[in-house]
Design a protein. Sequence first.
Length: 145
Amino acid sequence: MAQEVQASKEHIISAKTYLTVGAALFLLTGLTVAISFVHLGPFNLVVAIGIAALKASLVAFIFMHLYYDNKLYLTIFLMAILMLAFFIVLTLFDTLRRGDLYQEVAGPYSGQPQVVETAGADTSSAAMQTTESDTVSADSQQTAH
């Protein structure tokens, strides 16, 4: 019986390649930081995610040796990264448009608190009313502690 053994191709990556990819990762990190100071509107996040996907691909290709492995694994990895980035961007575009639907007001609340009665709640007037003397005594107790 002759056993067929697949000879694996040995690949030795040079130090020059590692240093080049490492420098590219540092440059892409610097580019990400620089882009964060440029106002691109909702596309700031899209650009940042694109750069992050490129950096993840470089790490997987070179440092994890995916480039030299079976190309099916490479294709699956790239499709997974692209789909993840696509769905994150799609979700974030949805959250960017919520201001069109809801009025957002920022700032401290300066009004008086109000009790809202709901259906099925105890609506007896004795349980819901507080007198001013109750409020004053509660405030004095809090300042005493």
